[in-house]
Design a protein around this ligand. Structure first.
Ligand code: ARG
Length: 459
């Protein structure tokens, strides 16, 4: 040990600082399973095309299987002296099966090897988000179905705008997370080409079968340009972009939970399971999990910025800069996955306070638009005139300290004598939401229709 793989050209040992900046095993050990799978497919292919003998391939496969067992058992010796996961596996293989281990690296380079391993890791991460996003959507869907009728204020500028239902609000996020899932699926489909066999950068003089290894490793096809194969990391960037958008959506929902939980809003409760207390203030129940989900988006956007900064301006093909692709990507997906799981837990735990929601839904003159619409529909006023009359009604109600539904008819008739008692039918939040039956609107029937559609999609 101690002699590097490229020892032939070197007569002195690397400086300690050289090793310190170069070593990656501390983080790229997370590619162990992918590295073994890639090596096993490569060895099988080398035998099939006659580059490896059956005996050598059998010895290599047996050794790789033993290494896999060591990794499963947690006994595999990860050693810094062997720099990265690829050379750790090869060094261990040599210890287990002897010099035959050296035949595995025929027609392969660490450049296509790491491109393959990392691509498979990112591919799996994208696949994992699929189930996690769906679990969150199911939690939102359950709340939406349960509270399809519960009126609450809809906001623009965080000012009361028009009444909506709690179910409709939950379904808005179901749509957003649905697009997030499809972005991950798109990224996965685009990245699903195997770089193995690009070798160092120019391809291989051996009669390798790249289609075979691609198929064995679950890829749709091999990549078509060897330079591109070892030089690009856009698959990771695209996944981090999808992850950043998803985390941005999570942070908005988290922020709403934080706001809704304040006593000033009092819209929802979270149980003790998703809140924490204060060490000094006995009355506190803090939404820490929501706050942390709100914050984790920084890791995703940071990772995208970090990796795109590493990649920008790099000349083709591989440069060691690219070893810096892994930490941000691993940490970003860790943060995203934890956030998705925590948010699904929080949504399931969330109890809307329907009385408070209804009270808030009716305040702030939230049905002013309904009054204006009524004047247009029933009295034939142009919308601009109706808007003006309604504005005057709001002003009058504010002066009297009441809300629109309790503004006396005489006051309304002072603004337009044709207004009748019937107008009060449209001034409650319940009537307001029920009237918005346009496709995708907040009427409870429309919300239920969307819940049914999504239940079918999610199966
Ligand atoms: N540890 C390296 C990485 O993560 C593997 C590839 C090294 N290739 C090389 N030619 N030095 O990028």
């Amino acid at each position: 040990s101690g002699q590097a793989m490229w020892g032939g050209r070197f007569s002195e040992k690397p400086a300690e600082l050289m090793q310190a900046i170069n070593v990656s095993i501390g983080f790229d050990k997370r590619l162990a399973a992918q590295d073994l799978a890639g090596s096993r497919a490569h060895a099988a292919m080398l035998r099939k095309v006659g580059v490896l003998s059956s005996e050598d391939e059998a010895a290599i496969q047996q050794g790789l299987a033993a290494i896999g067992a060591e990794m499963d058992a947690g006994t595999f010796p990860f050693r810094e002296e062997f720099e990265d996961i690829h050379m750790n596996v090869e060094a261990r293989l040599r210890e287990l099966i002897g010099p035959t281990a050296g035949r595995l690296h025929t027609a392969r380079s660490r450049n296509d090897q790491v491109a393959l391993d990392f691509r498979m890791w990112v591919r799996e991460a994208c696949e994992r988000t699929h189930g996690q996003i769906q679990a969150l959507q199911r939690a939102l869907l359950a709340k939406a179905e349960q509270h399809a009728d519960a009126v609450m204020p809809g906001f623009t500028h965080l000012q009361p705008a028009q009444p909506v239902t709690f179910g409709h609000h939950m379904m808005a996020y179901v749509e957003m997370f649905g697009r997030d899932a499809s972005r991950f699926a798109d990224a996965r489909a685009r990245m699903n080409e195997s770089p193995l066999g690009a070798a160092a950068l120019a391809g291989s003089p051996f009669p390798i079968d790249r289609h075979q290894t691609a198929q064995a490793l679950g890829f749709d096809r091999p990549t078509a340009n060897s330079l591109d194969s070892v030089a690009d990391r856009d698959f990771a960037l695209e996944s981090l972009a999808a992850g950043s958008i998803c985390a941005m959506h999570l942070s908005r929902l988290a922020e709403e939970i934080v706001i809704w939980m304040t006593p000033q809003f009092g819209f929802v409760r979270l149980s003790d399971a998703f809140t924490t207390g204060s060490s000094i203030m006995p009355q506190k129940k803090n939404p820490d999990a929501a706050e942390l989900v709100r914050a984790k988006v920084g890791r995703l956007m940071g990772a995208f910025t970090q990796l795109s900064t590493v990649m920008k301006g790099l000349p083709l093909t591989y440069s060691k800069d690219m070893q810096e692709d892994k930490v941000p990507t691993f940490e970003a997906f860790d943060a995203l996955e934890l956030s998705l799981l925590a948010m699904a837990g929080m949504v399931a735990d969330l109890q809307p306070n329907v009385e408070n929601l209804a009270k808030a839904a009716g305040s702030g003159f939230s049905t002013a638009t309904d009054l204006a619409d009524w004047l247009v529909r029933e009295l034939g006023l142009p919308f601009r005139d109706a808007h003006h009359v309604t504005g005057a009604a709001v002003k009058r109600a504010e002066q009297l300290g009441c809300d629109l539904p309790s503004l006396p008819l005489s006051e309304l008739q002072a603004l337009n004598p044709q207004i009748t008692e019937k107008v009060y039918e449209v001034l409650t939040p319940e009537a307001s939401v029920a009237s918005r039956r346009s496709y995708g609107g907040t009427a409870p029937d429309q919300v239920r229709a969307q819940v049914r559609r999504w239940k079918e999609i999610l199966g």
